[in-house]
Ligand binder design. Structure first.
Ligand code: PLP
Length: 407
């Protein structure tokens, strides 16, 4: 029986080992951090970078330091990670949810202008799943209404159009370096900005925060090894039976392990900015991220092509000319619980992910708006296995069984 995990670690065994040795040596030279910053600027092709504790706090610090009034409206896609509207609210602004397009998972560009009022100052663009948004059209709307564009690149490290990377189109952008992403530095994140004033204000705010602690990095190391081993070809078949057995009792163990407690953001963290060990991991990841992204892109397209003419499945629209990096491989199906259970029985592990129609969250009830497509995506989205090392045979196997399960 073929057994295929839903995702695999981005980190290689040697990379984690090297980070462990650096952590043991506890070198505090600061050298790696400066090197990482320069390499990152070169890679992303943008001017100014500041490290932040996470993507959500990156967004918070951008909004807080922008020259816009408290209570300003920030347009954001309704189908989103809850932490994004939570950060907008934490910064004292008002999220305005715009629905996603009928055949996509990104913001419906034709609905942005209807949501603009005198109070609207910012437009957040999310490159969800590593699918680059149509920045040309979005930028034209932003220019017309004088809106500041912030790109959410938490799922799009290295995605691009031609040589232009996601994060270089708008005025500002934020990234996450979480362990489960296609590019990791054991947590933390970065903000990229074209505005030097904003950079200096952010640096001032962030200088009050400590770097990520030794203990936290150690914990991330532990998780990095755990994810690597758990999804390895040797161990995953065992884990698979645990997942399957628990699913018989209605327990979604992946969801339980990785789901956050969805709540509004509390007090500022007092630490979490990149330390030297994290920076050294980031440097090694930078040298291989393009290679991995190209593979992800090719394999994602292969799976989409294999499913193209399948009935009862919607493949989200993507911009064909862009370098979409398929950080995950979403499809929409009716009765996704049934399809997921059917695939699981064939050895294919999938996930429902953590994107939801945020405009329907109790947490954001003050900002509710009708977003039917985001609602449908919340009910129907399922993420198929996709990572750089998935083989062509495994992709064919997944496609074949989806067809069988749907028929
Ligand atoms: C699209 C998107 N935006 C923002 C975030 C928040 O990132 P962080 O956990 O680093 O705050 C995530 C996290 O996965 C995300 O997927």
């Amino acid at each position: 029986m073929q057994i295929i995990p839903t995702f695999k670690s981005t980190l290689r065994f040697q990379e984690i080992n090297r980070a462990s040795l650096r952590l043991l040596a506890q070198k505090k030279s600061g050298r790696y951090k400066e090197d990482f910053k320069s390499l990152l600027m070169e890679y992303l092709g943008t001017g100014n970078i500041v490290f932040v504790p996470s993507a959500r706090w990156g967004l918070y610090f951008i909004l807080k330091n922008l020259d816009i009034p408290i209570g300003a409206e920030v347009i954001v896609s309704a189908f989103n990670y809850y932490a994004v509207p939570a950060a907008i609210i934490r910064a004292g602004m008002k999220p305005v949810f715009v629905d996603i397009s009928e055949n996509g998972i990104g913001i419906d560009i034709s609905k942005i202008e209807q949501a603009v009022t005198d109070q609207t100052k910012v437009l957040i663009v999310t490159h969800l799943c590593g699918f680059v948004a149509d920045m040309e059209k979005i930028s034209a709307i932003a220019r017309k209404h004088g809106l500041i564009i912030i790109e959410d690149c938490a799922q799009a490290f290295g995605a691009a159009v031609g040589t232009r990377k996601a994060g270089s189109f708008g005025d500002h952008a934020f990234f996450t370096f979480g362990l489960t992403k296609n590019f990791t530095a054991f947590g933390s994140g970065a903000v990229v900005t074209k505005n030097r004033n904003l950079l200096e204000m952010m640096e001032h705010d962030l200088s009050k925060l400590q770097q990520t602690s030794y203990r936290r990095t150690l914990l991330q190391l532990f998780w990095a090894y755990a994810i690597l081993f758990a999804t390895s070809r040797i161990l995953f078949p065992l884990i698979y039976w645990v997942i399957r057995w628990l699913s018989d009792f209605g327990i979604d163990i992946l969801d339980r392990l990785f789901r956050e407690n969805e709540a509004l953001m509390g007090k500022l963290p007092d630490s979490g900015c990149l330390n030297d060990v994290q920076a050294s991991v980031g440097i090694t990841q930078l040298s291989s991220v393009d290679e991995r992204n190209i593979l992800r892109g090719q394999k994602g397209l292969k799976l989409y092509n294999a499913l193209k003419n399948t009935e009862n499945i919607t493949l989200p629209n993507i911009i064909a000319q862009a370098k979409n990096i398929f950080i995950s491989c979403p499809v929409l199906v009716k009765d996704r619980e049934k399809i997921r259970a059917c695939l699981l029985k064939q050895g294919i592990v999938t996930s429902f992910g953590f994107m939801r129609n945020c405009s329907n969250f109790k947490l954001f009830s003050r900002y509710r708006s009708a977003c039917v497509n985001a609602e449908r995506a919340s009910r129907e989205i399922i993420y198929l296995p996709l990572y750089d090392s998935i083989t062509d045979e495994e992709i064919d196997f997944v496609a074949e069984h989806i067809r069988k399960c749907l028929s």
